[in-house]
Write a protein that binds this ligand. Structure first.
Ligand SMILES: *Cc1c(COP(=O)(O)O)cnc(C)c1O
Length: 370
């Protein structure tokens, strides 16, 4: 049997190859490689998909977070609350605007920030919350938005892993003040290179973001603020336009795969399966189980040609770069426990039933012998 990878992007390419080849060649022939109608059209379609007034495309999910924070005026002296169990980019963006991240612990059932802990994290410097919709599952946004409103805080959604996910019928990225998306190839909507976008229902914020990402200028060669260069190129935009049409179909395949994993893995001892909150639409960027002896099991799975991943082995509050914040081991115990036990199994839309069965057999063997 052949190796089962954590994700296989070449299979997704097979589905769109004809359309994509044609569209990319057309861009190559056009000689217009940056900006232009293709990018504006993607922005229009992405805004429409999310039911928001505005979308601004940019170079990456990391830039999207940075641009969002800049546009909201968050700066040195401010604090932003976020989950300690995320990719570094979430927190990094807070530092990049000069503010300080304040980390909160997670709920072990969802791996998302525990809303009940927000109150304790607030100080007079707190300006915003960044809920991260981790692994494809929306944070309980009703609670986050209520909390933010009652404390006069801004909400920036980190939707990098959750394009198409919903909370009570509303798409993530359309619920807070700004939504930040990544088009990194392994995300639910991924390009063939880097890319990102922000969504908002506030046209003034969108205009501000557009200005910052274009070197601080609204009018060419007239610069009002210090900005950055953050562009989505035309080739990515055209590929993303094609893939956006398949997003719901692919997300539904992920949902079916998650259901099948549940059936296959339910009988196995000593593992905890991930759950989807009632009220949300989980789009399963990752299928992440909890297990004892994680590293041993991961190695044993690899012996059996099943490749798994660990997201994330070290929570953000314990990263060397955040030592200056003074967190200690034990401060955010749920995330620390998760970081020792999480194991993400192969998950991508074209994963076959046979492959899932192979994953389940392999895992069963590993659990019995560990
Ligand atoms: C991928 C990711 C990002 C960053 O996106 P890039 O496009 O890689 O810059 C931010 N936050 C989370 C949670 C991510 O998974």
């Amino acid at each position: 049997m052949s190796k089962i990878p954590p994700v296989d992007l070449s299979r997704q390419y097979q589905v769109i190859s004809e359309e994509a080849n044609h569209a990319v060649l057309e861009i190559l022939r056009s000689g217009r490689y940056i900006g232009g109608e293709v990018v504006s059209e993607l922005e229009r379609q992405f805004a429409l998909y999310h039911g928001v007034s505005d979308c601004v495309a940019c170079n990456s999910g990391t830039d999207a977070l940075y641009l969002a924070l800049r546009s909201l005026g968050i700066q040195a002296g401010d604090e932003v609350i976020t989950s300690t169990f995320s990719f570094i980019a979430t927190a990094e963006a807070i530092n990049l605007v000069g503010a300080a991240p304040v980390f909160v612990d997670i709920d072990i059932n969802t791996f998302n920030l525990d809303v009940a802990l927000l109150e304790k994290a607030i100080t007079p410097q707190t300006k915003a919350i960044i809920p991260v919709h981790l692994f494809g599952q929306s944070v309980n946004m009703s609670e986050v938005v209520n909390f933010a409103r009652s404390h006069n805080l801004l909400v920036i959604e980190d939707c990098a892993q959750a394009t198409g996910a919903e909370w009570h019928g509303q798409k993530v990225g359309s619920i807070g003040d700004i939504g930040c998306f990544s088009f990194f190839p392994t995300k639910n909507l991924g390009g063939c290179g880097d890319g990102g976008a922000i969504t908002t229902n506030n046209p003034e914020l969108a205009a501000q973001i557009r200005m910052i990402k274009e070197h601080g200028s609204k009018e060419r060669y007239l610069h009002e603020v210090i900005g950055v260069n953050s562009r989505l190129d035309a080739i990515q935009a055209v590929i993303l336009q094609i893939k956006l049409k398949y997003l719901d179909f692919w997300n539904n395949q992920r949902i079916e795969i998650a259901q099948r994993y549940r059936e296959l893995l339910q009988p196995l001892p000593n593992i905890t399966l991930p759950t989807a909150l009632a009220g949300g639409k989980h789009v399963w960027n990752q299928y992440t189980i909890l297990t004892e002896n994680r590293d041993q099991i991961r190695a044993a799975l690899q012996e059996k040609d099943v490749l798994s991943m660990v997201y994330y082995p070290i929570p953000l509050h314990l990263q060397p770069v955040y030592r200056y914040l003074g967190y200690k081991k034990g401060d955010l115990p749920v995330a620390e426990l998760a970081s020792e036990k999480v194991l993400s199994l192969p998950m991508f839309p074209d994963l076959s039933c046979e492959e899932q069965q192979q994953v389940a057999y392999a895992l069963k063997d590993c659990l019995h012998s560990s």
